[in-house]
Design a protein around this ligand. Structure first.
Ligand code: UT7
Length: 323
């Protein structure tokens, strides 16, 4: 049985950190409110002219270096993003060109904050079907471009950044003892569009639009849906919560991370938390957090790593990997 293995990861954050105090100088908010309600202390914002593809390319190059994989070996690039450079072509094709890759396939996946889990699942399925053997899966966002800076209920929550992983096809017995991606579970429910969306787009207003969110409602759905999908992912992998070494969640709000772990009965010490440093970077948040925990040595070979996310759509999902 083919298993896809994460053989390297890399991340990129633009510019210098922007603190809550920095934001409080331009928006009616406070460090105390932001930290208490979300756990966020700072975020990174792309410079003028710095595009989602620029962030993605940096993260991709770092992931390839870490994996010691050559561009010539790549046959798939997927970029998860809700903030593409242009309406078309896919940001992934810009990454492909910048890397000097002229074969294989490159495309974007749009599932907002769940984008990385969706993209990983697509890449894993393609590898299992023999359609690709070496893939780059990137989450990259410039959410600062779709924030309404006069809306304090949303603009303090998000940041820009990119993270990437390199996947390689390998063999496995098809058991939970295998290394590699063991299971993926994806869900969406379009009835909840109005809870989290952007009020523009090429077919509606011909302008990019701004992010609109009913935060409290999204929060309620997040804890319930995430706890459920984690259970489904573990069952599909033939594992239980007791087997989990690390949860690498989408980083939206510290209270959501803690609430989900509590509901699952998983210790807080097993959650990789970066929301304090990066804020919510949508599809980039999981690979950013994963890269930190892999590079600082927390995540070790043979451990079970569980990634989970929920975002606009609503979309949500989980992916279980034995490192
Ligand atoms: O990644 C995709 C998924 N997104 C999420 O998961 C986000 C989920 N939601 C959340 O994280 C939280 O709901 C928020 C952090 C967005 C908001 O926290 P909350 O505890 O639900 O606060 P709230 O919206 O009920 O607002 C409480 C108060 C309000 O004042 P009043 O009406 O009680 O007087 C707001 O006007 O806080 C006020 N407020 C602020 N005050 C200072 C809202 N934003 C701010 C702000 N600074 N930035």
């Amino acid at each position: 049985m083919i298993r896809s293995h994460i053989v390297g990861c890399g991340a990129y954050l633009p510019g210098n950190p922007v603190s809550n105090e920095d934001l409080a100088r331009r928006v009616e908010t406070s460090d105390e409110w932001i930290q208490q309600r979300t756990g966020i202390r700072q975020r990174y914002l792309a410079a003028e002219g710095e595009l989602t593809s620029d962030l993605a390319i940096q993260a991709a190059q770092r992931a390839l270096d870490h994996a010691q994989v050559k561009v010539g070996d790549l046959d798939l690039v997927i970029v998860a993003t809700a903030t593409p450079d242009e309406t078309f072509p896919a940001t992934a094709t810009k990454v492909q060109a910048a890397l000097g890759m002229t074969r294989g396939a490159a495309f974007d996946v749009q599932a907002v904050c769940s984008g990385f889990v969706y993209a990983l699942s697509v890449a894993d399925s393609m590898m299992k079907n023999g359609m690709a053997r070496t893939a780059l899966v990137i989450g990259a966002e410039t959410f600062s471009r779709i924030l309404d800076w006069s809306d304090r209920t949303t603009c303090v929550l998000f940041g820009d950044g990119a993270g990437a992983v390199v996947l390689r096809a390998g063999d496995g017995e098809g058991t939970p003892a295998d290394r590699g991606v063991l299971s993926n579970v994806l869900h969406s429910d379009g009835r909840y569009h109005d809870l989290l969306y952007v009020d523009g787009g090429p077919s509606t207003t011909q302008k990019a639009g701004f992010l609109r969110m009913q935060g409290k409602e999204v929060f309620k759905h997040a804890v319930t849906n995430l706890a459920e999908v984690v259970g489904e992912g573990l069952t599909a992998a033939g594992l239980t919560t007791a087997d989990v070494d690390w949860i690498v969640p989408h980083q939206a709000n510290r209270r959501i991370l803690d609430g989900t772990a509590r509901k699952l009965g998983i210790s807080h010490e097993k959650i990789v938390v970066t929301v304090d440093k990066h804020a919510n970077t949508s599809a980039a948040s999981i690979p950013l957090a994963l890269t930190e925990a892999v590079h600082d040595g927390r995540i070790k070979r043979g451990q079970i790593v569980l990634m989970e996310a929920m975002g606009g759509g609503l979309t949500w999902g989980a992916s279980v990997t034995r490192w």
